[in-house]
Design a protein around this ligand. Sequence first.
Ligand SMILES: Cc1cc2nc3c(=O)[nH]c(=O)nc-3n(C[C@H](O)[C@H](O)[C@H](O)COP(=O)(O)OP(=O)(O)OC[C@H]3O[C@@H](n4cnc5c(N)ncnc54)[C@H](O)[C@@H]3O)c2cc1C
Length: 391
Amino acid sequence: MRFKFTEQQDALRREVKDFLEKEWDEEAQLRAEEAGELASGHSPTLHQKVASKGLVALNWPTEYGGRGWTPIEMAIFAEELGYHKVLDGVYRNTMIIGNSICHFGTDEQKKKYLPDIAAGKTLFSIGYTEPNAGSDLASLETRAAEDGDEYVINGVKVFNTGGHIASYCWLATRTDPDAPKHRGISVFIVDLKSPGITIRPLHNVADGHGQNELVFQDVRVPKENMVGEKNRGWYLMAKALDIERIRTSPSGRHQRVLEMLIEYCKETKRNGIPLIKDPLVRQQIVQLYTEAKAARLISYKVIYQQSKGEIPDVPASMAKLSGSELSQKIAHLGMQLLGPRSIIHGSSKWSAMNGELEHMVRETITYTISAGASEIQRMVIAGRGLGLPRG
Ligand SMILES: Cc1cc2nc3c(=O)[nH]c(=O)nc-3n(C[C@H](O)[C@H](O)[C@H](O)COP(=O)(O)OP(=O)(O)OC[C@H]3O[C@@H](n4cnc5c(N)ncnc54)[C@H](O)[C@@H]3O)c2cc1C
């Protein structure tokens, strides 16, 4: 067993850290907010900079403009994104889809989409969830019916992150309604400007307008936009989910916020004594610091298995469960420590920790729902990890 990154990996971490400290410091974040860039949870300016540094293509083969990184380097990158508070679901979607096109796309699809993704010019949104298909995704009903050289798509998608600013939707559809539910699904790349698509905003508690409802009414998509084999889309989606599991960004964020809380408790006195000397405060911080270390190690186990070509289903569920629930615990401890100042927006002179906690409390509500709710992760761990019979 070797608990150490290589020298090259450490150098990569420094490169990413230096880059983000320069390009995404508090001033840059404020500029992005003032320019209205963050209303959709995405900063095009930062995205362009990340792209020009060659960081979007991550582990793609070098022939498509990638760096040929392994899951370990991707994880280091993601951890630094989290530490530096790059909260960018849309951009993450685009990286996940870029990887999936590398794996499953035709040569034409690779030539058409990959260069623009690597250059930071194209954004993708993901269209999986429907009003009646969330946790039980294989029940999705959006229909793609063959008609000559095209498919005609009808249906509704919800919780679609970033569809209002993306160029394309990575869309899961049912192409064989008679097959068992996992076997009749196909994935398409759909141009979001196609006639028949209506995009309606869904405002959530965290970011304002981040998600959308997408309605597809007789939307015609050329056959060549299908990715992978017809009716084998479930396999493709599972692989894309695997890539999404390289999610060490929560670990980076936990570390950063705990560091900020410790600083706050050193600087802030209650009854003339620094908070950090209060035994209860110390106990609470140390408890969450320990949980953060444990969650981080579980996510390293996921990455290790991925780098060996194994499928880390149980550790991935454990990492998602522990990481997302811990994010909420850290936010709530922060609220207790900061008191009323914790709910003041960062733009006010009365705010503490730049309003970090005010946003974190709202944002982390969604963490235990998106990308598979906590209950579903527990079910995976119960069945595949502990071998328990179905409840
Ligand atoms: C911020 C955010 C961004 C998102 N972005 C996207 C996106 O870009 N694209 C996309 O396609 N989707 C996206 N989603 C959707 C997300 O994947 C779903 O919300 C998630 O899979 C849960 O589905 P649901 O909302 O339909 O809840 P449901 O499946 O209806 O679940 C409701 C509750 O019931 C519980 N539950 C369900 N089934 C069981 C069971 N069998 N046993 C025990 N408990 C159960 C769940 O755990 C949950 O607590 C996003 C969601 C959020 C919150």
